[in-house]
Ligand binder design. Structure first.
Ligand SMILES: *Cc1c(COP(=O)(O)O)cnc(C)c1O
Length: 432
């Protein structure tokens, strides 16, 4: 599946884009999604759009509540009591795990707290947590607070591998920071700004050589990139449900715990981590579930979980390998068009060029990124701006076409030629 990034001979004409669309086996999936007429949605790495199947499942959950009340927990086509585990099983193929190693619960950040509370066991000179200087802020907040809870000063015990260029983090720098003082490595699979995909397998192997446990924040890769967490030996991972998984705003997150660790006492315990057949014994002694369900805390957000039933079905039908193949081609095509159609306009590409190092989005850099992003939105191209100079463009394989990518670059060229971005306020710091 590895192809040379731009080795394929793309063309710059609209006709060429149309031909790429005609050869696209995933194009029928576009009709499954609600997309604004005439607009190009490139922000699915922040919030995926609603699919018809997700809508049906959300309405089904409301119907079951309306018609069954409390009985909805245990009766009906989709009893709520088992929903988190069922969704875990449906997500398992996307992360390369067995069904019992995955559960859909909580939030990305809460799951990180849970996993660090469970896996971080400072002692015997191993007291440090290793992360990167380009991590998503919430992860760093969580890691620092977990250290403080153990009486450890984050300034000393949280090590962040710096980026050399502000965009990428080199795997060899991460490996070089692994020592016998490190208890835990927590890394992103894909960096949220540059879209760099780290070599998860290699980093896991190196961490284990040092006797370090390793976990991954896969918020920017689940649903875009295939994973083999279990075969690679990853100890734990977590991700969110509302980006590439299209679960809707605030959709619950996922977590994976390797089979060999199942049975480890949850750091943050609650009654929904109970073995299903023991939960209603109401004992004050927790009998944890045997699978990853043990790491749930409280009552699941049923109405927010329901859309994932539909969207995970879409992934089952589309196949994550095909999604990845098209995604790489879309970002490769986008990079090609930027280079050929926008040269001399001050743009740069801040994402890795090699397919094996690139996630699902491209970071387009420009000194006027904030205002260009605003002009794009006005022209019907939805992207987002990230400090200090990045326009993130996510051509998501399930619902973005090659023609959409072509249109995006055509709109960008017009914005630059007419300098229409100058009409916009500098919106730096405003969330897209
Ligand atoms: C989106 C994202 C999060 C979000 O965390 P929430 O708890 O869902 O708000 C965390 N980490 C990364 C890398 C993300 O991209």
């Amino acid at each position: 599946m590895q192809r040379e990034p731009l080795g394929e001979s793309f063309g710059t004409t609209e006709e060429h884009a149309r031909r790429l669309d005609e050869g696209d086996a995933l194009s029928p999936f576009r009709d499954e999604f609600y997309l604004e007429e005439g607009s190009v949605y490139l922000d699915g790495n922040s919030l995926g759009p609603l699919s018809r199947r997700s809508e049906v499942e959300a309405l089904n959950a409301l119907r079951d509540w309306r018609e069954r009340g409390i009985r909805g927990w245990t009766e009906g086509p989709q009893p709520w009591f088992y929903l988190s585990e069922k969704l875990g099983a449906l997500t398992a193929p996307l992360v390369g795990a067995s069904p019992e190693e995955v559960v859909v619960t909580g939030q990305t950040t809460v799951n990180l707290h849970q996993l660090v509370a469970t896996f971080f066991e400072p002692g015997n000179g191993r007291t440090k947590i290793l992360a990167t200087g380009l991590d998503f802020p919430s992860d760093i907040h969580a890691l620092k607070s977990q250290l403080r809870l153990r009486g450890l000063d984050p300034a000393e015990h949280l090590m962040r591998v710096p980026s050399r260029d502000g965009r990428l983090v080199e795997e060899r720098d991460i490996v070089a920071a692994m020592t016998e003082e490190v208890a835990l490595v927590v890394l992103p699979t894909v960096l949220y700004r540059s879209g760099q995909l780290l070599d998860v397998e290699h980093l896991t192997r190196e961490a284990h050589r040092w006797g370090i446990l390793v976990g991954f924040d896969a918020a920017h890769s689940v649903g875009a990139v295939p994973h083999s967490f279990a075969p690679w030996g990853v100890d734990f991972a977590f991700w969110c449900g509302y980006k590439y998984l299209n679960g809707g705003p605030g959709a619950p997150a996922g977590l994976y715990v390797a089979r060999e660790h199942l049975g480890r006492r949850p750091g943050l315990a609650g009654w929904f981590g109970s073995a299903k057949d023991r939960q209603f014994d109401m004992e004050h002694e927790l009998t944890p579930a045997e699978g990853a369900g043990a790491y749930q805390i409280g009552t699941p957000h049923v109405l927010s979980l329901a859309p994932l039933l539909g969207s995970l079905e879409v992934f089952r039908d589309a196949g994550i390998e095909r999604v990845r193949e098209k995604s790489l081609r879309l970002t490769g095509y986008l990079a090609y068009l930027v280079e050929h159609e926008l040269s001399g306009m001050g743009f740069g590409i801040g994402s890795p060029r090699e397919d094996r190092r690139r996630g699902g989005h491209l970071a387009l850099e420009h000194g006027e990124a904030a205002r260009i992003c605003a002009a794009l939105k006005e022209a019907g191209v939805v992207a987002d701006f990230r400090e200090p100079n990045i326009i993130r463009l996510a051509p998501v394989a399930l619902y973005v076409s090659y023609t959409d990518v072509w249109k995006t670059v055509t709109v960008l060229r017009k914005i630059m030629a007419q300098k229409s971005y100058e009409n916009y306020e500098n919106t730096r710091g405003v969330v897209a």
